[in-house]
Each structure stands twice: as C-alpha cells, then as structure tokens.
Write a protein that binds this ligand. Sequence first.
Ligand code: UGA
Length: 411
Amino acid sequence: MTSAACLAHLGHRVTGVDVDATKISSLSRGEIPIAEPGLGALVAEGLSEGRLAFTTDPDALSRAEVVVLCVPTPTGPEGATELRAFDAAVGSLAEVLDPDCVVAVKSTVPVGTTTRTERLLGRPAVSNPEFLREGHAVHDFLHPDRIVVGATDPTAADLVTALYDGVAAPVLRTDPASAELAKYASNAFLAVKVSYVNVLAELCERLGADIVDVARVMGLDPRIGSAFLAPGPGWGGSCLPKDTRALLHTADEAGVDFALLADTVAANRHQHERVVTKVRQAVTGATDGCLDGLRLGLLGLTFKAGTDDVRASPALAVATRLAEAGAVLTGYDPGIDRDRVAGVVQVVDDVTLVAKDAAGLVVLTEWPEFHDLDWALLAALSERATIVDTRNLLDPELLERAGFAYHGLGR
Ligand code: UGA
C-alpha cells in the first residue's frame, strides 16, 4: 500500500494487486484500512491523477516493467519464515509477466529467496528491502537513510534503482544475499539495543543510578547513537520480534551460534516479567505482593505510540501476565477503538474510567497525549494514586504534585 502510493507520488504509473478483495475495494475508493500518517493523501493524489489503481486481477501486471513484491512473510511456530503467501504470489506472476519485466523483492525474506525467485520465474529478481517504521512509513519511503539494491544482473539493478529517482539517499548496491540479510540484521540490532538498555535500567535501579542520564551519556557518542536507548516494557510490533526469531532460525540452520540474539529475545521476555514485578512492588509494597482482584488501569496498549497496531504489543504481553496474577484490567489508548482489543483488558474510550477506583495506573505506550491528562483528577479518582511509568514518559515532579506516588523505570 505504502510502496504503491509512494511510487505513484514519485511519478510512476502503479497498479496495486492483492488477493484481498475488501482491501482492494476500499483502496480504490481512497479509504485506507490502517492508520498511517500521509498515506491517505498520497492514495487520493495517485487515484485522482490517474497514476495509481488497485485490482485483484494479476493480469494487470502483464505490461509492468517492474513488479514489486510486498507480500507479508510472517514467522512460523519454529521461527522459520512462512513463505506460503510469497510463493503463491510468485506462482501467479509466472503466467502473466512480460519477458523483460524485472521483479523487485521488498518483502522481508530469508537469504536465498530472491535468487530462488529469479530461478523460478526465469528472469532477473532484485532484493530491495524496505526500512519503514510504522507510523512514519510514508516519510521513511520518501526520505530513506539508504536504498538497498541486491542484484546479480546490472540492468535489473539499474531499473530498480531508477524507481527512486528524485529520492535523496545513498544507494547501496550489493548481492541479493547481503541485501536480504541486511534487513534482518538491522531489525535484530535494534532489538539488541533496546534489550541492552532495558537490562541496564534494571541495573540502574539496583545501583541507584538513573537510566535516562546513563542513556544520554551513551547516546552522545556518535558510535553508539541516541536512538533506541529508551527503556520500556520490551520491544514488540509486527517486525522486530518476527525478524529476530527468523534470524536466529537462519543462524541455527547455518550452524552459527548466535547466543547474543537468543539472550536478546530472553531479555525481552524477562522485561515483561520485570514490569509485572515492578507493578506488584508499587501497588502492594512487596515484589511478591498479591494482585488478585486489584483494579489496575493501563495507559497505552499499542506496541508503540503513533500507531493503531497491537500485534505483538509488549503492553498486551504485560497485561496478560497481570491478568494471570488476578488483576482486573481497564485500558485506554488514543490509537485504537474500543472493540479492537478483546480478552484480558476492558478497553474504554474515557480515560477517567481507567483511573476510577484503580489500585494503580501503568503507562505502557509513550503517547504524547498522556502529558496533557488531568492528573490531579485521575489521582482523585484512583483508590491508591500509584503510577508505574514504564516509558519514563511523564514528569515525576508534576505527577507527585498531582498526588501520585510515581515509579519510573531504571531511575
Ligand atoms: C521496525 C524498524 O524500526 C524499521 O526500520 C523496519 O523497517 C520495520 O521494523 C520493518 O521491518 O518493517 P516498527 O516495527 O515500526 O519498525 O517499530 P520500531 O519503531 O522499530 O519499534 C519497535 C519496538 O521497540 C516498539 O515496541 C518500541 O516501543 C520499542 N522501542 C523502540 C523501545 O522500547 N525503546 C526505544 O528506544 C525504541
């Protein structure tokens, strides 16, 4: 969706093909099924200027010079990448493509998939991974840090590179295997960075140090960089968990011991537990205190702010553990509708309902909107006016003035 709209914006004539008829008909009407800033405007622009169309008919690809594959590639239960949808898409291309058409693989795929696609289709395929953050996808497409083109055929590489004419970013040309691996390596490295800072935050609490200051000092070293050094309830979403597991699986199959990455995944699970222990401590006064029957209010349920996505959300992983401990959970999130999250959390549209009679509040997603809540009112409504801020989002002094006992993470 994002790639189609952005490529049309760059001046190409783009047809988006998908097997999901509902998605195609809403996109054809200019309706976007996900929350992604700027995407609606680009789809509307492409549709009205006649450069963008959507269809379920693969024959529409028969005159394409380049086919860009953006098919989802989830991780299976053993950590291996599930390529069924990808392979089905490749299979449907075989019959329709023009002999000179080049295939660009944007899906995150295991090393070797682009070469296999090339062999299957009997034409050049190019690995062209994308690095788009949810909530910033349009911006990241049009202003990328790098454009990666992994190909063995130089003419095909030129054609894919030309898709990005007008985009100011370094183009890295490499072989398909390196391009494919670079995508997994980047996401897994981000996971390592967040797990590293999450464990450091625990150490800070034991030693009386402040993780915010420690991370600030580290981040000013350009070799480290300040991004992805904010502790939280763990890393989640539809990409980091899937890609770390897939890279671990790849390493395993290749006979390489990637214990560092396995520990990163374990540290993330530990982080969910640690937040639960912290909530127990804050609300009951003891790390093994009983949460059974206590009302807790959760602020934020999405895997990060600025999205409506709750897939593999650390907030929900924490919520599940709190519910297992007997807590009664109410949740509020400015990004999602009430009916989106069923199960362990009763989702409400009114934030005061989250605080009402709560033994504690837990901030799990870093929505900037939370700064502007009426904290004095929320404290007055709460039973115990205790707050655990797992994102270190709020100003501790302001919260304490409002009447809360404030607990940050790693400080
Ligand atoms: C991630 C990558 O950042 C993109 O570069 C990549 O293109 C994308 O996956 C993908 O493969 O398509 P995204 O899934 O949108 O993007 O999520 P991130 O912004 O990377 O955040 C991942 C998780 O780490 C979130 O749960 C976030 O809250 C957490 N995080 C991030 C922290 O806990 N602390 C930080 O300092 C940064």
